[in-house]
Write a new protein. Structure first.
Ligand code: NG1
Ligand code: ZN
Length: 533
C-alpha cells in the first residue's frame, strides 16, 4: 500500500459528514448534491480498484441525479461493457462511502483489496462525465482527487448524457478488438447513430418535425450536436434548453413530469399543434416519453410501454420478413408498472416477462432472449441483440430482395440502438424509424391498444423496509395480512389491479393502481394508500 501515500492527505480534505448514511442503490448514490463531496472522493478510489480488478479495463463514473430536482446529485459506476456496476460491488461502494474517518476508510480499502483479491500493481483507467447540475464541477473535482489518490489514469468526458458515458466506456474497452462498438468519442456516438438512422429511413417520406423537450438538461447539448448530422432526414425542434438557468432543470418539464402528471409541460402549450408529435427527455437523457394533442384537444401520452409495443412489433415483423422466424426469438421484459393493456397486447404476440423494478433486472432478463426488448413505463429502456443473433444476422444469406432489405434494416438497428443502456436520443431515433416505416402518426401508434387508467401515489411511512415483496414485486409478504386486504379491495373494482412496494430511490412506499375508469383507478390507489399508511 506504500504507493498510495496521498490517500490520507486527500481523504482528510474530503471528510465524511457524520450524520449521514449513504447507500449505493438502483441508481447509484443519490441525494442532495451538497452532501456528496466525500462520496465522490471515495467513488474515485472504488472506480480505480474496480479497474485494477479488471486488469486495467476502463471503468465509467457518471455524476447525475437524472430526473430528480436540480439540488440533488448522484454518482454511479459503469462496468467495462457499458453496463451497470456488478451487483456484488454495490456493497463495497456503500462500505467505502460510510467509513467514518480517514483511518476507517484506509482499513475499508484494504479489506476490499483482500476480499476481492485485487492486484494493486495493475493499472487503473477511469472515464467520467457529468450532467448540467450546478453542483457537478465541485463533485467532479472530488472525484478527481479520489482517482489521483488511487493513481488511476483519468479521462474527462465533460458534460455528457448518461448513455454517452456508457457508450464511451464500451467503445474504449473494445477499441481495436473484434467486438468494436464505434469510435471512442462523443462525435463517434453522433456519427454512429445518425448514420444508422439515415440508412434506415432512406427513401421514406420524411416525418413532420418533432418537438423535443430537453428538460433544460444535457439532452439539449446532445440535440444541438446531432441535429446537423441528421440533416433533412429528421427535423428536431428543441425546447427547454436553458441548461444554465438556475432552477430550470426538470422543473415543470421533462420525462418524469410528463409520466407522473400525465400532462403536457406548460412551456410547450403554445408550440405543439394538434396531431404533432412531441417527446420529453429527463435530466440526463436516458428516459423518453412521447405525446401528441388529439383532435379533441386532449393530451395523449405515449409512454415506455407504448414504445415497447411499437418497437417489439416492428422487430418481430422484420425477423419474419427476413426469414429468420425460427432462428431468432424476440421477447419483451416489463415491470409491474407496465400498463395492463400493454402486457395483454404484447403477450398475445410474443413472450413477456415481468421482473422487479430496476434497470439491472430488466437488462439481465432481456439478455436471455435472442432479441430482448425492455422498457420501463417511465420511458427507460432499450433493445438487446445477443451475440449469437448478431452473428446470425451477419451471416444469413437472404433468398429474396424483401429478405435482404429486412436483414439490412435489422443490421442497421443494431447500430442505431444503444445496447449498453436506455438512451433517450437513440430510442427517439428508433421510434422515428418505426413511425416512418409504418406511416404512423401519434394517433395510429396510440391506437395499438388503449391504456387502462392508472394512478401512482407515494406514501411516507415510518419504515419502508417493513414492506417486503415477492412475485416481481406484485405481492406483499410483509407486513403480514396487508396483501389480503389489498386483494379484497381490488376485487371490488372493474379491471382493478394494485400493488405496493418500497421505493429503491426515495424514502417512500409506492402504490400503483389500475381500473377500467379513471375515477376508479384514483379511488383504488388512495384506498390502498390508506391501508399502507
Ligand atoms: P423506485 O424509486 O425504486 O420506484 C424509480 C423508478 C424506476 C427506476 C428507478 C431508477 C418508478 C415507479 N420507479 O425507482 O422505474 O427508473 O427510479 O431511476 O418509475
Ligand atoms: Zn435519467
Amino acid at each position: 500500500f506504500q504507493h498510495y501515500q496521498e490517500i490520507p492527505r486527500l481523504a482528510d480534505a474530503h471528510p465524511k459528514l457524520s450524520h449521514i448514511r449513504y447507500q449505493y442503490g438502483t441508481a447509484g448514490f443519490r441525494t442532495l448534491g451538497s452532501v456528496l463531496d466525500s462520496v465522490l472522493f471515495r467513488v474515485g478510489i472504488l472506480a480505480g480498484l474496480r479497474s485494477k480488478k479488471l486488469d486495467g479495463k476502463t471503468i465509467g463514473v457518471m455524476v447525475t441525479a437524472s430526473h430528480n430536482p436540480e439540488d440533488d446529485n448522484g454518482v454511479k459506476l459503469v462496468d467495462p461493457r457499458g453496463e451497470m456496476l456488478e451487483a456484488s460491488w454495490e456493497a463495497h461502494a456503500s462500505t467505502l462511502a460510510n467509513a467514518a474517518t480517514t483511518s476507517d476508510l484506509i482499513e475499508a480499502i484494504e479489506a476490499i483489496v483482500r476480499f476481492a483479491k485485487i492486484d494493486l500493481s495493475k493499472p487503473a483507467r477511469v472515464v467520467y462525465g457529468r450532467d448540467t447540475r450546478p453542483s457537478g464541477p465541485a463533485l467532479v473535482a472530488s472525484l478527481r482527487d479520489g482517482l489521483a489518490a488511487i493513481r488511476a489514469e483519468p479521462r474527462d468526458a465533460g458534460i455528457v448524457t448518461t448513455p454517452i458515458l456508457h457508450y464511451l466506456v464500451r467503445t474504449i474497452n473494445t477499441k481495436g478488438t473484434k467486438d468494436t462498438y464505434g469510435d471512442d468519442s462523443e462525435e463517434g456516438y453522433y456519427e454512429k447513430l445518425s448514420g444508422a438512422f439515415k440508412r434506415l429511413v432512406a427513401g421514406k417520406q420524411p416525418l413532420p418535425p418533432l418537438i423535443v423537450d430537453c428538460a433544460n438538461g444535457v439532452g439539449a447539448d446532445a440535440i444541438s450536436k446531432i441535429s446537423p448530422q441528421l440533416g433533412d432526414s429528421l427535423k428536431l425542434i428543441p425546447h427547454n434548453t436553458a441548461t444554465s438557468t438556475p432552477g430550470a432543470l426538470n422543473n415543470l418539464c421533462g420525462a418524469d413530469y410528463v409520466k407522473t402528471l400525465q400532462k403536457l409541460p406548460p412551456s410547450l402549450a403554445n408550440h405543439l399543434k394538434i396531431g404533432q408529435r412531441g417527446c420529453s427527455f429527463d435530466g440526463d437523457a436516458d428516459r423518453l416519453m412521447y405525446f401528441y394533442i388529439d383532435e379533441r384537444n386532449q393530451f395523449r401520452m405515449l409512454d415506455g410501454d407504448k414504445i415497447a409495443a411499437l418497437v417489439a412489433g416492428f422487430v418481430v415483423d422484420l425477423i419474419k420478413t427476413a426469414g429468420l422466424e425460427s432462428d431468432v426469438k424476440v421477447g419483451v421484459v416489463q415491470t409491474a408498472y407496465a400498463n395492463g393493456s400493454s402486457t395483454k397486447y404484447l403477450a398475445e404476440r410474443l413472450p413477456v416477462r415481468c421482473v422487479p423494478t430496476g434497470v439491472k433486472h430488466l437488462h439481465h432478463a432481456a439478455e436471455r432472449f435472442d432479441i430482448g426488448v425492455y422498457f420501463e413505463a417511465n420511458g427507460h429502456g432499450t433493445v438487446l441483440f445477443s451475440t449469437g443473433t448478431q452473428e446470425t444476422l451477419a451471416h444469413h444469406e437472404p433468398s429474396t430482395p424483401a429478405q435482404s432489405t429486412a436483414l439490412n434494416h435489422l443490421l442497421n438497428l443494431t447500430q442505431l440502438i444503444n445496447q449498453s443502456v436506455g438512451d433517450a436520443i437513440s430510442d427517439m431515433l428508433l421510434v422515428e424509424v418505426v413511425l416512418a416505416h409504418r406511416l404512423y402518426s401519434g394517433l395510429e401508434w396510440d391506437s395499438l391498444y388503449v391504456d387502462l387508467p392508472n394512478r401512482l401515489v407515494k406514501v411516507i411511512v415510518e419504515d419502508r423496509h417493513a414492506f417486503q415483496t415477492e412475485d416481481a414485486e406484485r405481492q406483499l409478504v410483509s407486513p403480514k395480512g396487508l396483501q389480503g386486504k389489498i386483494d379484497d379491495l381490488v376485487r371490488r373494482y372493474d379491471g382493478g389491479r394494485s400493488f405496493v412496494r418500497p421505493s429503491g430511490t426515495e424514502d417512500v412506499v409506492r402504490v400503483y393502481a389500475e381500473a377500467a375508469i379513471k375515477s376508479q383507478a384514483d379511488e383504488l390507489a388512495f384506498r390502498v394508500a390508506g391501508l399502507v399508511y
